[in-house]
Design a protein around this ligand. Sequence first.
Ligand code: SF4
Length: 448
Amino acid sequence: MALNGIEIYKKLPKKNCGECGVPTCLAFAMSLAAGKAELAACPYVSPEVKQELSEASQPPIRPVTIGVCEEALKIGGETVLFRHEKTFVNPTGLAILVTDTMEDKEVDEKLARVNQLQYDRVGLLLRGDLVAIKAASGDAGKFEKLVTKVKGAVKSGIILMSDNPSVLSAGLKACQDRKPLLYAANKANADEMGKLAKESSCPLAVHGKNLDEVMELTTKLTELGIKDIVIDSGARTLRQVLENEIFIRRSALLKKSRPLGFPTITFPCEMTDDLLQESLIAGTLIAKYAGIIVLSDFRGESLFPLLLERLNIYTDPQRPMATKQGIYEINKPNENSPILVTTNFSLTYFIVSGEIETSRVPAWLLVQEAEGLSVLTAWAADKFVAETIAAFTKKCGIMDKVKHKKLIIPGYLAQISGELEEELSGWEIQIGPREATHIPAFLKQWKV
Ligand code: SF4
């Protein structure tokens, strides 16, 4: 049974050294009990105590990895019910469904879309994550052939779908090195599926008719030594899936229910034939709390909004997205090119750099660390003021790259130009446009 914070505290070394990231052993014990810390963070816990506390220190929802290397998708590992409490950590995986009864042409088109529909957004590559391959024919040879084809066509993670262990095993033979998710163990096949998962070291999904059956299955498989489990609650209506998702998350986090302490898989593709409705269901389940969502297809008009929603939900609400401080060369600048300066708020950086690129004018963009805040917010917080801009300009190395001493600051910071000229002796401070959209026109008339 899980221990509470005080019980855990009694077993800790009580050095209060802070090496675990919190100031005291008591605070660490409380974080452990709440599933917000890992026991390994304290270097002084004895092996005996480690053994004793292992259950208490397990994350409430087990993290499960599907796939390998850069394409590996990690799901689960969540510790909060609401993202504003802390953050959601492992984004929902989006999967596209192909079956071995589909025409080759249809499969080829779907796989092509998996590779094509990728979007560069604020420095991140947004795309679908998995291909779910279903053995709809029941023919092991056909299934294996399709798995081989998918494996050769895309690098994404794979979900193998069949409730027949020998058919699933044929598919597994073709892609075991990609560490696919095996879907799914049920009441009738749990022993054989468990054996397959154990021998292949692949994660295993369970499919119950309801949550009671799911809990029986996860308990049984855990006893067999299977650790990486994904739950399909069996529901196929939005209302029931949503209720189950919330129940599973609450049970795992608030009641420390081990049988429900796993990420989930959901199937909007089996809940409607209408792609728009399917996307709306998927959107709901990204917010509440699906680990994987299987879609009937990837289409730009439905996939892109889902990827954006996922990006927003899984961005840490307490930490602005930031770009690295430094000098950015745009359009191959030289020693006579203009120098602009801005903050490291990702959105500001991408808008400003995008406008400079559009202008086709070679330029240097200095991005100053300002805790990821936008220009005016950073200025108001004393993070992007004359003193910080001058210090950064002096030490960033731009002076070795240009012959002139002219610095363009954002239009909204016109009031600091005088002070900045004092700080940056010998430099001419120029006021740039207030709006990024006016940057191209400004740069085109700029002269050294
Ligand atoms: S590292 Fe260990 S001993 Fe040090 S404060 Fe944290 S829990 Fe206590």
